[in-house]
Design a protein around this ligand. Sequence first.
Ligand SMILES: Cc1cc2nc3c(=O)[nH]c(=O)nc-3n(C[C@H](O)[C@H](O)[C@H](O)COP(=O)(O)OP(=O)(O)OC[C@H]3O[C@@H](n4cnc5c(N)ncnc54)[C@H](O)[C@@H]3O)c2cc1C
Length: 143
Amino acid sequence: MSQYLVDRITSAPNIEKCTCTEVTALAGSDVLQEITLTDVHTGRQCRVMTSWLFVCIGGVPQTGWAQEVGIVRDEGGYLVTGPDLQEYRANLKWPLERAPLHLETCVPGVFAAGDVRHGSIKRVASAVGEGGNGCGAGASLSE
Ligand SMILES: Cc1cc2nc3c(=O)[nH]c(=O)nc-3n(C[C@H](O)[C@H](O)[C@H](O)COP(=O)(O)OP(=O)(O)OC[C@H]3O[C@@H](n4cnc5c(N)ncnc54)[C@H](O)[C@@H]3O)c2cc1C
């Protein structure tokens, strides 16, 4: 999650933060009436009466495949590209005379754009822009 969102949630007086806690049960008849929260460390459970539950998904990059093919990832699993490769793989064996392009991974000709890329701004407009830019780079490479 973006830090500014974390900061806003953390500073909101009307939000109770329950870290290391999972929603482990939902209960209700026609509509949701109660959720069960479980502390992952202690196993302690508490039930909260509510008819609302918002689920925030999409924060973990699914890049196991990239690791399998040798693409450098950062500690969060995001794909490292361009100049950032030096930081993450100082002894990188780069087979071409030119340096990796801005959106190019450690595998020549394989690009990463948008949220999956290390250091990208996690926003729609940025992802679209990087995607267009990456396509351009790919097209010029194949010419
Ligand atoms: C809860 C939430 C709220 C957000 N709110 C905003 C907002 O208000 N404004 C804003 O600008 N941004 C917002 N974002 C961020 C925005 O959604 C992302 O920045 C944007 O969607 C990134 O686009 P992307 O194309 O890089 O990745 P994605 O939109 O994640 O697209 C990647 C696609 O690749 C698919 N995929 C993954 N692995 C594979 C695979 N192995 N093979 C084939 N397909 C695969 C996925 O299913 C997905 O469809 C929000 C994100 C979240 C999670």
